[in-house]
Design a protein around this ligand. Structure first.
Ligand code: SAH
Length: 226
C-alpha cells in the first residue's frame, strides 16, 4: 500500500497544485502516493451547506463547526483508519524534517485545513487531532500549509526523488545546514569554483563540506547546534 493523503478543505480545487508538478507529480501519476481533496461543505446538512458560525463569547470572524468537521472525519477516516489526523494550525507543534520523516514512514495522512478564525476546540479533542504549524506567522487558511507539510513528506517517499542517499547531506538531516553547492561554468563573473571541489580528492571534499556546514550553521542557526 502506497502513502495515501486525504485533505479536508473548503477549497479542494487548490489541490494538487504545486504537488502535481515535477517529481512529486510524477510520483502521484505513477501511484507512489495518492491524494484526495475532500470538500468539507459536502458534509453540511442544511440547505445553505453551512460550515461555520460566529465565535461563542463574541469577537470577529467565523469558526468551523465541530459537528460538520466530525462528520467529514468520520466518513473519510473512520476509527479503523490508522493514518494520523493532522490539523494545520499556527498553535501547533512547529514542523521539522524529523517529523516529515516520521510521517513518511507511516501509512499516510489526513489533513484538516482551517479557515476563518479556526475550528471549534471540541472537535480537536473529540477526534484527537494533532496540531502542526509551519511557522510563526498567520496564513489565511490551512491549504498552503498542508501543501508544505505534504511536499516535505512526499519527497522522502521511496522512489519519488530517486537515490535515497540524495537526502543524507541535506539541511537538517544531520542537524546542520547544507554546505554551498557549485556547478559549471568554472568561472562565473570573477568567481571560481573552490579548487578543492575540482581536485578529485573525495576525502578532502567531504572534510571541506563538513567544515562549511558547521560554519554556516554556527553563523545562521546556532540554535541547531544545541
Ligand atoms: N485565529 C487563528 C488563526 C486562523 S488562520 C489563530 O490566531 O491562531 C486560519 C487557518 O489557517 C487556521 O485554522 C490554520 O488551518 C491555517 N493556518 C494559519 N497559519 C498557519 C500556520 N502558521 N501553520 C499552519 N496552519 C496555519
Amino acid at each position: 500500500m502506497s502513502f495515501s493523503a486525504d485533505i479536508i478543505t473548503l477549497f479542494p480545487e487548490l489541490f494538487p497544485g504545486p504537488l502535481g508538478a515535477s517529481v512529486l507529480g510524477r510520483g502521484l501519476n505513477e501511484g507512489l502516493w495518492s491524494l484526495r481533496a475532500n470538500q468539507l461543505r459536502d458534509f453540511a446538512h442544511d440547505r445553505h451547506r453551512t460550515v461555520d458560525d460566529t465565535p461563542s463569547g463574541g469577537g470577529a470572524g467565523m469558526v468551523l463547526k465541530s459537528d460538520i468537521l466530525a462528520s467529514a472525519i468520520d466518513t473519510i477516516a473512520p476509527s479503523t483508519d490508522r493514518r494520523p489526523r493532522i490539523l494545520m494550525s499556527p498553535r501547533g507543534t512547529p514542523l521539522t524534517q524529523a517529523k516529515a520523516r516520521t510521517l513518511a514512514q507511516g501509512p499516510g495522512i489526513v489533513i484538516i485545513c482551517g479557515r476563518f478564525e479556526g475550528v471549534d476546540q471540541r472537535v480537536i479533542e473529540a477526534r484527537n487531532l494533532e496540531e502542526i504549524s509551519i511557522g510563526d506567522y498567520v496564513l489565511a487558511g490551512g491549504e498552503t500549509a498542508a501543501m508544505v507539510l505534504l511536499e516535505a513528506i512526499v519527497r522522502l517517499l521511496p522512489g519519488v526523488l530517486g537515490a535515497p542517499e540524495s537526502h543524507a547531506d541535506e539541511s537538517f538531516e544531520n542537524g546542520l545546514l547544507e554546505y554551498p553547492q557549485y556547478t559549471r561554468p568554472q568561472l562565473f563573473e570573477d568567481a571560481e569554483i573552490p579548487a578543492i571541489l575540482t581536485s578529485g580528492d573525495h576525502g578532502k571534499i567531504a572534510k571541506w563540506r563538513r567544515e562549511q556546514s558547521e560554519k554556516i550553521t554556527r553563523e545562521r542557526r546556532p540554535d541547531l547546534l544545541k
